[in-house]
Design a protein around this ligand. Structure first.
Ligand code: AHR
Length: 601
């Protein structure tokens, strides 16, 4: 095959600065037990009575300790506290066991406590009279103590700094006593001190996200925004302010509790830390099972306007002052708001959407409003700056969608993925089909302004949706081929793209693009990407006309993502089975030959 590239300046088309970003959803324990570094699971105790204290467990038996919950917490949004009645004593007939009795929390499938690392422990304690309590980080059976502190308290917020003397990936926090008394615990937190910039994001996961150089961050869902029921949907107001004052809520779509440490403020902070523009997905008054009538939507509209004031208002505004009190007096750069998620076919969507749209445009004319309705299959009957399209399909159908956007208005493909048999838990085949699709988006980037893969993260202990880009547990992580594929596109946003013709394309199996971007004052790069979906090596001749002399062919590389079998995946055992390999490419010139391995990008 031959690739004919017209790289003359007059043929160059600018790709939008926002083209490739990431979509973070609280799914698969992506945040709680994932990117959000809080190690305690259910730190505030689920606010229902009788309460599910899971995964808190009891150390001791019914003749030594009785654990229950009541509504005695000092925190208004979550009145439930954990009550521990120690029945044994430090002497007498019912003497407590040597280690004492109490409760422990194993975090999210074990806490990764590391030697020499510092942890901040915060907890609220109340008791009837002064008590001695041991706060310890231990192994999962409690036999190995990694760090410990003994406190003597009655009514207090306790803050402790613990340094671990050993590493154990399956640790827990335990709170124990060996004397009779009644003690209430609430809002127990263990945070490693080395989160990204102290902002609460787990370092290794943050770095993997940052390496994708995302230009936008869509958050916080997905279906998570809608909820199975509106009563469980993500509402931003209870997620801001001090962590311990948040109510937390049940993520009823993906079936787990979240303490909302990763709340609206933290999402905006995450976007800023990643250098990404935030895309705030707001509940349209619609969940999977219930809807607010358009006549009653005004409180939701007000909530949305308040959320923009929180993000962008001055420190003296009502909600801007809450943001400032959280340590961010400078407004966040919020310019994109999506109304709902996959709600277009719902009864009240258009009515509700129009209310949100006009309120937003009146108060904040510069905000881009994104509709859920698909403008690629018909004209919209309502105003929108962008329309949101989700593409979940097979590998073949995704490859064939490379031309889907040839004639549509401004699009945001906020969720795309190859799913089903072709994808497994993250196959090379899925990544190649997605790469072909993304090349199609680059070519159509005069209309497609934004695109993001879904889902981004999965905790290996809670696969709710496959495939995902990054797999992790408490101490390990790896990128699936979809993750490595996205790294081929990290310089595309803001680059220029040139027309490319593929001549003698065997069964249309090659999909290609050519871009150029300035990396620094004196470094300009030119990149040709080609997907070969055939099961055989293809030899290509690449002919580049009109390329300016500033591109230096002596500094050339060839990067290949491939593997023996298209269904190959990465795993904790083999995290780099399918990753991109970079090699020098000395034969680079405006007329060059390259071998494209079978099943490769
Ligand atoms: O990405 C996973 C889910 O797929 C999202 O929550 C939803 O928008 C879509 O159906």
């Amino acid at each position: 095959a031959t690739l004919l590239i017209d790289a003359s300046p007059q043929s160059a088309k600018k790709i939008p600065d926002t083209l490739f970003g990431i979509f973070f959803e609280e799914i698969n324990h992506a945040g709680a037990g994932g990117l959000w570094a809080e190690l305690v699971n259910n730190r505030g105790i689920v606010p229902n009575i009788p309460s599910n204290i899971d995964p808190w467990s009891i150390i001791g038996n019914e003749s030594s300790v009785i654990v229950s919950t009541d509504r005695s917490s000092c925190f208004e949004l979550n009145k439930v506290a954990l009550k521990m009645e120690v029945v044994c004593d430090n002497e007498g007939p019912n003497t407590c066991p040597p280690g004492g009795v109490g409760i422990y929390n194993p975090g999210f499938w074990g806490m990764n406590i590391q030697e020499g690392k510092t942890y901040k422990v915060i907890l609220y304690i109340r008791s009837l009279g002064p008590v001695n309590i041991s706060v310890s980080l231990t192994s999962s059976d409690g036999l190995q103590t990694l760090a410990s502190s003994r406190i003597h308290v009655e009514l207090e917020e306790i803050e402790l700094i613990l340094v671990s003397k050993a590493t154990n990936k399956d640790s827990r926090i335990q709170l124990t006593s060996n004397a009779k008394g009644i003690i209430w615990f609430d809002q127990v937190s263990v945070m490693p001190l080395d989160t990204y910039k102290g902002h609460g994001f787990r370092q290794d996961l943050f770095e993997m996200l940052a390496d994708l150089k995302p230009r936008f961050l869509r958050f916080p869902g997905g279906s998570y925004v809608e909820g199975s029921w509106l009563s469980n949907a993500f509402r931003w107001k209870p997620t801001v302010g001090p962590w311990e004052e948040r109510s937390g809520h049940f993520n009823d779509v993906w079936n787990y509790w979240t303490d909302d440490g990763l709340g609206y403020f933290e999402f905006l902070q995450l976007a800023e830390d990643l250098g990404a523009t935030p895309v705030w997905v707001f509940n349209s008054g619609i969940s999977h099972n219930d809807e607010i009538d358009t006549l009653d939507i005004s409180s939701f509209v007000k909530d949305l306007l308040d959320s923009i004031e929180f993000a962008r208002g001055s420190s003296s505004s009502t909600w801007g002052s809450v943001r400032a009190a959280m340590g961010h007096p400078k407004p966040f750069d919020l310019k994109y708001v999506a109304i709902g998620n996959q709600d277009c076919s719902k009864k009240n969507y258009i009515g509700n959407y129009n209310k949100f749209y006009s309120a937003l445009k009146t108060a904040y004319p510069d905000i881009n409003v994104i509709t859920n309705c698909d403008a690629s299959s018909g004209r919209l009957d309502h105003p929108a700056d962008l329309y949101d399209l989700h593409v979940y399909t097979s590998a073949n159908s995704m490859i064939s969608m490379a031309h889907h956007f040839d004639h549509t208005p401004r699009a945001f493909v906020s969720e795309y993925a190859v799913t089903g048999r072709d994808a497994g838990r993250g196959s090379l085949l899925a990544a190649l089909a997605q790469a072909a699709f993304l090349i199609g988006l680059e070519v159509n980037s005069d209309v497609v302004e934004m695109a993001s893969n879904a889902p981004l993260l999965v905790n290996d202990n809670d696969w709710r949706f496959t495939p995902d880009a990054i797999v992790f547990n408490s101490w390990q992580l790896y990128g699936t081929p979809t993750y490595w594929m996205q790294q081929f596109f990290t310089e595309s946003s803001g680059a220029v793209i040139f027309p490319i013709k593929v001549v003698s394309n065997p069964s249309n199996s090659l999909v290609a693009s050519a871009i150029k971007w300035r990396c620094s004052e004196d470094e300009i790069y030119f990149r040709v990407k080609v997907v070969n979906v055939l099961a055989k090596t293809v030899s290509v001749k690449i002919s580049v006309a009109g390329l300016d002399a500033s591109v230096n062919p002596l500094m050339s590389f060839k990067t290949v993502l491939t593997s023996i079998n298209p269904m190959d995946e990465n795993s904790f055992g083999e995290p780099e089975k399918v990753t991109a390999k970079e090699m020098s490419f000395p034969s680079a010139s405006t007329e060059m030959n390259a071998l494209l391995p079978a099943h490769s990008l």
